[in-house]
Design a protein around this ligand. Structure first.
Ligand code: ASP
Length: 339
């Protein structure tokens, strides 16, 4: 009897001992190209194909860096370059236009190991804003630079700069015209106006979260913001904790959506906090925080990665351009709700 009791006690102790997580080094990468009213019926097959190809090229770029043992910082930077250099997305070339047909780009980056961060807002000449955000982090005593000063910093750092016309595309000029015509022709209330263009004229922000073989997370986000923005409006993308956050203790997050609501909900940090303090999975945490955004009247999405390589791509809009690649090289590219 004593013997059986000892065995039972032993089994109980074994049952209570936490199973050690698989500590094998892993890596992974997830990206978004913006969330919004992206519907199959409004998309030509050629356009859809172009988006899928560019998302694949971008995610594969970062994946190759990670696979070769590169850092999550390099993977995020180079992956975002692919999307910033493509006119398909609302970042870098092809960014949406301000009310005066100008460009004002925002970007941010965070290192999950050191919690160092950098951001730039309202820049007009930096070809790849994500690189400027990383340089603010690495080569200045500050976290965020804005406007002409940020452009000047990029010049001093030797980053590629371009004239505003480099960024401006016909598609974004047309979008601005449509929004402004609507604004002028209809006596819309502020709420109706918001419905008209705030919701649908900002699609294409880009973001990336990467986990490298050293176990370090990094996250970055880059955007032109919202079409027809005025008064040097700045959204969530360059705000650490709202549009971007990374912490090896929890996860890395890049957000896209209606920036005003993402700032007020402190989306990226709130997700990381739920993971760190409440031990929620990144899916659960993302769903809770996006519901908070929705309850306030906003919408959008997030991509999230943790140090085990788990991925979440959550959104409460009809679609979100998104892609993920795991350590095995398995690729997942989606635009609409399920495909
Ligand atoms: N969050 C961006 C902004 O508000 C836009 C977007 O991601 O759709 O500037």
């Amino acid at each position: 009897m004593k013997h059986i009791l000892s065995i039972l006690v032993l089994l109980f102790v074994i049952g209570c001992t936490p199973v050690k997580e698989n500590q094998e080094p892993t890596f992974g990468i997830v990206i978004h190209g913006g969330a919004g009213t992206i519907l199959k019926e409004n998309m030509s097959p050629e356009m859809e194909q172009a988006y899928r190809e560019k998302l694949t090229e971008a995610v594969a770029t970062g994946h190759a860096i990670l696979k070769a043992g590169g850092t999550s910082q390099d993977a995020v930077e180079q992956t975002i370059h692919v999307m910033e250099n493509s006119p398909l997305f609302n970042s870098g070339k092809g960014a949406v236009l301000t009310a005066d047909e100008s460009i004002a780009l925002d970007a941010s980056f965070m290192n999950g190991k050191t919690l160092d961060a950098g951001a730039i807002a309202g820049v007009k000449h930096i070809k790849n804003p994500i690189s400027a955000a990383i340089m603010v982090m690495n080569n200045s005593p500050h976290v965020m630079l804005a406007g002409a000063g940020a452009d000047q910093f990029a010049v001093e750092q030797g980053l590629d700069t371009v004239s505003e016309s480099y960024f401006i595309t016909e598609m974004r000029l047309d979008a601005l015209k449509r929004v402004q015509e609507k604004e002028a022709s209809q006596k819309l209330s502020l709420n109706a106006l918001e419905e008209q263009y705030f919701k649908n004229q900002r699609i294409g922000t880009v973001g990336c979260v990467a986990l490298d073989l050293q176990g370090n997370l990094a996250a970055g986000t880059s955007t032109g913001g919202m079409t027809n923005k005025k008064w040097d409006r700045i959204g969530d993308a360059p705000i650490i904790g709202a549009g971007t956050y990374a912490n090896n203790a929890s996860c890395g997050v890049s957000a896209t959506g209606w920036g005003e609501f993402f700032i007020r909900s402190v989306v990226a940090h709130d997700i990381a906090a739920l993971v760190e303090y409440k031990n929620l999975s990144i899916q659960e945490a993302s769903k809770i925080v996006l519901q908070k955004v929705k309850d306030l009247g906003g919408d959008g999405g997030v991509v999230v990665l943790d140090t085990q390589g788990n991925v979440a791509m959550e959104f409460n809009t009809p679609g979100m351009y998104r892609a993920h690649m795991n350590a095995l090289g398995e690729l997942n590219v989606k635009i609409y709700e399920n495909k």
